[in-house]
Write a new protein. Structure first.
Length: 136
């Protein structure tokens, strides 16, 4: 059955804000026709005591740099603020999300719990997930 929505893969950018040597992005591009680069400034992280305005400024500058690199390809990072699952739900109103790709990262307990919730939600939605680890 054909979907009325275009099928996309989402590359969820967490802390790895680069295009080169980005295994999750490479895998997504190899396996999908349409790839959306997504960064979500998550409210729970912005409010966490480990996070500072300096972090946010670095993220903003990194996304601007990515968008400069992406300009020749007529695309950019979709950067939003909120929580990941509601953002993905909103994206599903326009797209059929086939897969979500991201880097495995070691973070704080709050991000570990978030990742578990996201994985559970993706499974319930029938969305495949691929988490790549840094190679040494």
């Amino acid at each position: 059955m054909l979907s009325k929505y275009p099928s996309i893969a989402v590359v969820w950018l967490k802390r790895d804000l680069r295009l080169e040597d980005h295994e999750a992005l490479t895998t997504a591009l190899e396996n999908n026709k349409l790839v959306l680069l997504l960064y979500v400034a998550e409210d729970f992280l912005l409010e966490d005591p480990h996070f500072s305005e300096r972090h946010l400024n670095f993220i903003k500058e990194s996304i601007q740099d990515l968008n400069t690199q992406l300009r020749p390809f007529n695309t950019e990072v979709l950067a939003l603020q909120g929580e990941l699952i509601p953002v993905l739900m909103q994206l599903q109103e326009t797209f059929s999300i086939a897969a979500l790709y991201s880097h495995y990262e070691t973070g704080i307990h709050a991000t570990f719990l978030r990742d578990k919730k996201v994985k559970k939600w993706l499974k319930a939605q029938g969305i495949s997930t691929s988490t790549s680890r840094y190679k040494k």
